[in-house]
Design a protein around this ligand. Structure first.
Ligand SMILES: [Zn+2]
Ligand SMILES: [Zn+2]
Length: 527
C-alpha cells in the first residue's frame, strides 16, 4: 500500500505531488469482509487545492489500486506510462470514472513538470511491464524515487534499467533517494527472468501428464516464458482465469507480447491428450475464487487435474498467504498431483533488489540522504544500516504519516500528519477506527448474545428475559440463560446498572463452561 507525498515551498504556499496510490488486500482472519485496504488521505484532502498531480511508477495493485477509490476525494490529474495507464483506465471504467479522471500518458523516459517539480521517468526493471523510477528535480535538490525495482540484465520484455540516466543523476548530485526495501535482508542478487525462462523450458519439457503453471498475471514476461515453454514442449497453451485474459489483452494493446502464441479456449483443450496441454492459471496466492483453487477443489467447469499431472507455482508466497497456499498444495497433493514450487525448483525470481543490487544503485545515484520505503520496519531499518555502510551520509527511516524535511539543512522529521487505513467494505469506504473489522473478528471468534429485559415502571422484571444467540454451542446456552435470569432478577449492584450486570453475568457464565466470552448486547424496554 504505497503513497508518498512530496511537498515544496513554505507552509502557506506549499505545492504537493503524490507518487503512487496503492491498496493492500484484506484478509478473512484479520479484516473479515474487507476486500481492500487503502491509505487514509485526510492530510491530502486538506491540501487538495495545492495538489498538482498523482504520478504512478508502475501498474501493481499496491501502487495504483487505490486511485479509482480515492480520486473523488482529490480530483487531480494522474500521470503514467502507457501500460500502467491502460491498467488504470480499466479500473476507472469499472468505477464509472473514466471520463472524469484526466490520465496523462507519459512516454518511457518522458518528462513532466508540475509547479516546482520537474520530473523525469527513468526506465528500470521489476516484475511487470514499464516500471519507472522518478527523478524529481526541485530548486532545493533532486529526489530519486525508485519505485519497485531490481537489476535484470535480461528482463525479456521492455527496457533494461537505464543505468546511464541513474549515473548521470549521481554526477549531477542527488539530495535524497527514496528506495525499495522489500529484499534488504536478502544477500546477493535477485536473478534474471531469462534464467527462469531457461529453467522453466527445461522443467516443463521433462514433464508428462497435464501441466498447470500459476503465476501473477501482471508478470507479463513470465506469461511469455510459460507460453514459450508450452510451445517447446509441444503443448497447447490455455489461459484460465479472468485476470490472465485481461492482462494478456492489456499487454498486446500496448505493444507487448507480439510473439505470444495462439491460445486455445478452455473447452477446446478438454479433449486433448494430457501431454499436449499446458494451463496458465490465476490463483498462485491461494485466492479462494481464483482458477487454481477451483481446479484443486474439483469444481472448475472445464479444467480437471489428477494423478500424474503437475502444478508449478511460478511465484513467491506473499507473507500472510502461507496458510491458504499450503492448503491449496495439500488439496492438489491429495489428488495425486505433483506440486512444484520455488522452494524445490528454480521457477521464480523476485522483482525486488537484493543487497548487491541496492549497493549498485547507491553507487550510481550517490544520494546524500537515504529514505527506505516499501517493506516492514525490519526491512527498512536494515536497508538504512546498509545505506550507511555504503557511505550514504544520512539514512532516515520514517513511519506512516511522518513528514520528513529533506532540505534545507539535514534531514529531520518535522511533523506527524494524520494517517491510518481506510477499508473498502462492500461498496463503502470506512475508516478502520470505525471498528467493523474488529467487531466481526470477535463475532467470528465467540458469537453473539442479544438480551432484551422487559421492566415495569418500578424497574422490576415484568417478563422472562428474551434471548437471541448466534454461534453459541448448545451446551453453553442453558447455563447462560440461567445466569442471565439470575442477574436480571437479583439485586442491583451498587451502581444500579442492570444492563451491565446482565452483560457481565452472561459473559462470565459462558467463559466458565466454554472458556470463551461472546459479544453480549443488553437492551431494556419499559412497559
Ligand atoms: Zn511492484
Ligand atoms: Zn510494490
Amino acid at each position: 500500500m504505497n503513497l508518498n507525498c512530496y511537498g515544496y515551498g513554505p507552509p502557506e504556499q506549499r505545492k504537493w505531488i503524490v507518487v503512487d496510490c496503492g491498496v493492500l488486500f484484506g484478509r478473512e482472519t484479520s479484516t473479515p469482509g474487507i476486500d481492500l485496504i487503502m491509505p487514509d488521505i485526510r492530510f491530502l484532502e486538506e491540501v487538495r487545492d495545492d495538489l498538482l498531480g498523482i504520478i504512478l511508477t508502475h501498474g501493481h495493485e499496491d501502487h495504483l489500486g487505490a486511485v479509482a477509490h480515492l480520486w473523488p476525494k482529490l480530483r487531480c490529474p494522474v500521470y503514467a506510462t502507457p501500460f500502467t495507464a491502460r491498467l488504470l483506465h480499466d479500473k476507472l471504467e469499472e468505477a464509472g470514472l473514466e471520463t472524469r479522471v484526466r490520465v496523462k500518458i507519459v512516454p518511457l523516459g518522458g518528462r513532466v513538470t508540475l509547479g516546482p517539480f520537474a520530473m523525469e521517468f527513468i526506465s528500470i526493471t521489476h516484475s511487470i511491464p514499464e516500471p519507472n523510477a522518478i527523478a524529481i528535480r526541485t530548486p532545493l535538490g533532486t529526489v530519486v524515487h525508485t519505485g519497485d525495482w531490481k537489476i535484470d540484465p535480461e528482463p525479456l520484455l521492455g527496457e533494461v534499467t537505464d543505468v546511464t540516466a541513474l549515473r548521470g543523476l549521481g554526477e549531477e548530485g542527488v539530495l535524497a533517494m527514496v528506495c525499495d526495501s522489500t529484499n534488504a535482508l536478502v544477500p546477493g542478487e535477485s536473478g534474471s527472468e531469462a534464467e527462469v525462462r531457461r529453467s522453466l523450458i527445461r522443467l516443463i519439457g521433462s514433464l508428462k501428464g497435464r501441466v498447470a503453471v500459476t503465476a501473477f498475471a501482471s508478470n507479463v514476461a513470465r506469461l511469455q516464458t510459460v507460453a514459450e515453454a508450452a510451445e517447446a514442449a509441444g503443448r497447447e497453451l490455455v489461459l484460465v482465469g479472468r485476470s490472465m485474459h485481461h492482462m494478456v489483452n492489456c499487454a498486446r494493446d500496448t505493444g507487448y507480447l507480439k510473439n505470444f502464441p495462439r491460445v486455445l479456449a478452455e473447452e477446446e483443450a478438454e479433449h486433448l491428450p494430457a501431454g499436449n496441454v499446458l494451463y496458465l492459471c490465476t490463483g498462485s496466492q491461494g485466492e479462494p475464487r481464483a482458477a487454481l483453487a477451483r481446479i484443486a477443489a474439483g469444481d472448475h467447469p472445464t479444467v480437471s487435474l489428477g494423478e500424474g499431472d503437475t502444478v508449478i507455482f511460478s511465484s513467491r508466497i506473499i507473507p500472510g498467504n502461507e496458510l491458504a497456499i499450503f492448503e491449496l498444495h495439500n488439496q492438489l497433493a491429495a489428488k495425486g498431483i505433483a506440486v512444484l514450487t520455488e522452494r524445490d525448483h528454480f521457477v521464480h525470481v523476485s522483482g525486488h533488489p537484493a543487497r548487491d543490487e541496492l549497493a549498485s544503485m547507491y553507487s550510481w545515484v550517490k544520494p546524500r540522504i537515504a529514505v527506505p520505503v516499501h517493506g516492514e520496519l525490519r526491512h527498512m531499518s536494515e536497508h538504512a544500516r546498509l545505506a550507511r555502510e555504503l557511505q550514504v551520509p544520512q539514512a532516515v527511516v520514517i513511519l506512516n504519516g511522518q513528514m520528513l524535511r529533506l532540505a534545507p539543512g539535514a534531514a529531520e522529521i518535522i511533523d506527524e500528519t494524520p494517517s491510518g487505513r481506510l477499508h473498502l467494505d462492500g461498496r463503502m469506504l470506512v475508516h478502520e477506527d470505525e471498528g467493523f473489522a474488529r467487531a466481526r473478528r470477535s463475532l467470528g471468534f465467540a458469537g453473539f448474545i442479544g438480551v432484551t429485559l422487559v421492566l415495569d415502571r418500578k424497574g422490576r422484571l415484568a417478563a422472562d428475559p428474551a434471548l437471541h444467540m448466534e454461534g453459541i454451542p448448545d451446551a453453553v446456552q442453558g447455563p447462560v440463560r440461567e445466569a442471565i435470569a439470575r442477574a436480571a432478577g437479583g439485586k442491583r449492584g451498587r451502581d444500579g446498572d442492570l444492563e451491565e450486570q446482565v452483560r457481565i453475568a452472561a459473559r462470565r457464565a459462558a467463559n466458565e463452561i466454554w472458556g470463551k466470552k461472546p459479544m453480549v448486547r443488553v437492551q431494556t424496554v419499559e412497559v
